[in-house]
Design a protein around this ligand. Structure first.
Ligand code: SAH
Ligand code: SF4
Ligand code: F3S
Length: 450
C-alpha cells in the first residue's frame, strides 16, 4: 500500500473535496496516513480567502520539502501536490517559488488526479492543471468511500456568480453550477446507508441551487430539501453557506414544513451599513436582512442565526461600523464569525481608495467580537433548563461523557456510554459556557435506552 497525507484549509467545501480526492486515489492503492513523513503523496488543499490563509501554505511546503529530500536520500519518492483555491489563483507562482511541487491543480480538476500522478511518476514533467473543464467533475468522481462519522457533508452546488467586491471565490471556484437532484439523492442515500445521521448540503452559494429534477424542470433548494427529507435514516438536514439575496419564499417555507431541517441558519450579512453593503456589491440592504430574519422567525419561531462579518472594508467610517453593531443588536446572533478585511489582489475592493488603518480595524474587530461573544453567551445561557434533541457524534474529552450537537450546532457534553454515538436523544441542558454546554439525558428516557 502507498500512503496519502492530505492537509486541508478553508471552508467545508474543501473538507468535502479532500475526502473526494482520497476516493479518487484509493483505486491506485493509496491509504490515508496522519504522518506527512511517511506519505508517498502529500496533498495540500488550500484556501485563498484571506492573506493569512495563503501564507500558511508556503510554510507547510518548506516542511514537506525536507521530508521529500529525506525520502529521496533513501531512494524513495514523495509526490507533493497543491490543490484548492491558492492553486487555482497562484499556480504559476507556486511553481516558481516551490519548484519541488509535482502537481498544482484547482478545485474543478481533481478528478483527473490519476492521469496527473501517472504523468509525474513517468517523470514527464510537473503538472499545472487549473482549467475549469466543461465536463462536470462530479460525473467523473468514484462513489464515496466509508463516511467518517455521524455527520456528513454533501456538495450540491459549486462556484459563485455574485462577485462581492472583496472576495476571491468567483475567481477560484468558477461559475455557479448545481448538481442534478437525482445524483444528490443517490449520494444522500449512500451516506445514510453508511451511517450518516446528519447531512449538511454544501455550496459556496448553496441557496442559489437550481438543479435539474427528474422531469427536466429546475428545482430550487427548498424543493431539493423536500425531496431529501424522504431519505430514510437521516435525522437532520442543514445547508451552508447562504446568500441573503437567494433566500426565497419556498426555502423559508421549507423551514416551516420540514421538521428534520434544523432551525439554525448561517446567513452572512458582512456589514450593517447600506453604503458599505453597496460598495461590497452585496445587492441587499441592512433592512432587507432584518426583514429576512423576521420572515424566517415567523416560519420557524425557534430559529437561531449565525453570520460572517468583515470590519474595515475600504471606506468604512465609524458611523458605518456603528450601523453594523446596531444590526447585530437587532438580530441577536447565536454565533458568528468576524474578520478584518483582507486585501485580495485582483478583486475590485483591493483597488479602492480609503483602505482602513490596521489599528482601527483591530479596535473595531475587538468591539464587534465582544458584542458577538456576549450574544453567544446569552443564547447559550437561555438554553439552560430546556430539553432539546442532541445528536451524539463522538466521545468527549470528559471521562464517561459523549459529545453531541444541539439543533443550534452548540457543542454539548453529556454523561453516557459510547454506544449513544449515532443516536439522537432528548437532553436537558444543565450548564452553559460561551463555547459549549453540559447536559444530561432527559429524565423520561427509559434507562434501557441509555
Ligand atoms: N459564500 C459565502 C462565504 C464565502 S467566504 C458568502 O457569500 O457569505 C467566507 C467568509 O469569508 C465571507 O462570508 C466573508 O465574511 C469572509 N471573507 C471573504 N473575503 C474576505 C476578505 N477579502 N477579507 C476578509 N474576509 C473575507
Ligand atoms: Fe464570495 Fe460573495 Fe460569492 Fe460569498 S457570495 S462566495 S462572499 S463573492
Ligand atoms: Fe477558501 Fe476556497 Fe473555500 S478560498 S473559503 S477554500 S472556496
Amino acid at each position: 500500500m502507498k500512503k496519502l497525507h492530505i492537509k486541508t484549509w478553508g471552508c467545508q467545501m474543501n473538507v468535502y473535496d479532500s475526502a473526494r480526492m482520497a476516493d479518487v486515489v484509493t483505486p491506485l492503492g493509496y491509504a490515508p496516513t496522519d504522518e506527512m513523513a511517511e506519505a508517498d503523496l502529500v496533498i495540500f488543499n488550500t484556501c485563498h480567502i484571506r492573506e493569512k490563509a495563503t501564507e500558511k501554505l508556503f510554510s507547510e511546503l518548506g516542511r514537506a520539502r525536507e521530508h521529500q529530500e529525506a525520502r529521496a536520500a533513501v531512494g524513495e519518492r514523495m509526490l507533493i501536490a497543491v490543490a484548492g483555491c491558492v492553486a487555482q489563483a497562484e499556480g504559476p507562482e507556486i511553481q516558481r517559488r516551490a519548484p519541488y511541487v509535482d502537481m498544482v491543480f484547482g478545485p474543478q480538476t481533481y478528478h483527473q488526479l490519476p492521469e496527473m500522478i501517472a504523468r509525474v511518476t513517468r517523470r514527464a514533467g510537473r503538472v499545472l492543471n487549473t482549467d475549469f473543464p466543461a465536463e462536470a467533475k462530479f460525473d467523473h468522481l468514484p462513489l464515496e468511500q466509508a463516511v467518517s462519522g455521524v455527520s456528513a457533508f454533501l456538495s450540491v452546488q459549486e462556484g459563485c456568480d455574485k462577485f462581492c467586491s472583496f472576495c476571491v471565490v468567483p475567481y477560484t471556484r468558477g461559475a455557479e453550477y448545481s448538481r442534478p437532484v437525482a445524483a444528490i439523492v443517490a449520494e444522500a442515500e449512500r451516506l445514510a446507508g453508511q451511517g450518516a445521521r446528519e447531512i449538511t448540503l454544501l455550496g459556496q452559494n448553496v441557496n442559489a441551487y437550481h438543479g435539474e429534477d427528474a422531469g427536466g424542470a429546475t428545482c430550487g433548494l427548498g424543493g431539493l430539501l423536500r425531496r431529501l427529507a424522504e431519505v430514510p435514516g437521516v435525522l437532520r438536514w442543514r445547508y451552508t453557506t447562504s446568500h441573503p439575496r437567494d433566500m426565497d419564499d419556498d426555502l423559508i417555507a421549507a423551514h416551516r414544513d420540514i421538521p428534520h431541517l434544523m432551525p439554525f441558519l448561517h446567513l452572512p450579512v458582512q456589514s450593517g451599513s447600506d453604503a458599505i453593503l453597496a460598495a461590497m456589491n452585496r445587492k441587499h440592504s441592512a433592512d432587507d436582512y432584518r426583514g429576512l430574519v423576521e420572515r424566517l422567525r415567523a416560519a420557524r419561531p425557534d430559529m437561531g442565526f449565525s453570520s460572517d462579518f468583515i470590519v474595515g472594508f475600504p471606506g468604512e467610517t465609524d458611523a458605518d461600523f456603528q450601523a453594523t453593531l446596531r444590526l447585530v443588536r437587532d438580530v441577536g446572533f447565536a454565533q458568528a464569525y468576524s474578520f478584518k478585511y483582507s486585501r485580495r489582489p485582483g478583486t475590485p475592493a483591493a483597488a479602492m481608495p480609503q483602505q482602513v488603518d490596521e489599528a482601527v480595524m483591530d479596535a473595531r474587530l475587538a468591539e464587534l467580537q465582544a458584542l458577538l461573544r456576549e450574544q453567544q453567551d446569552g443564547f447559550n445561557q437561555a438554553c439552560v433548563g430546556r430539553t432539546m434533541p442532541v445528536l451524539f457524534d463522538g466521545t468527549s474529552r470528559r471521562d464517561g461523557h459523549v459529545f453531541g450537537r444541539t439543533p443550534f450546532m452548540q457543542a454539548i457534553h453529556v454523561p453516557g456510554p459510547e454506544r449513544l454515538i449515532g443516536h439522537a436523544l432528548p437532553v436537558e441542558v444543565v450548564e452553559a459556557g460561551t463555547n459549549s454546554l453540559q447536559g444530561r439525558v432527559a429524565a423520561n428516557v427509559p434507562e434501557a435506552v441509555i
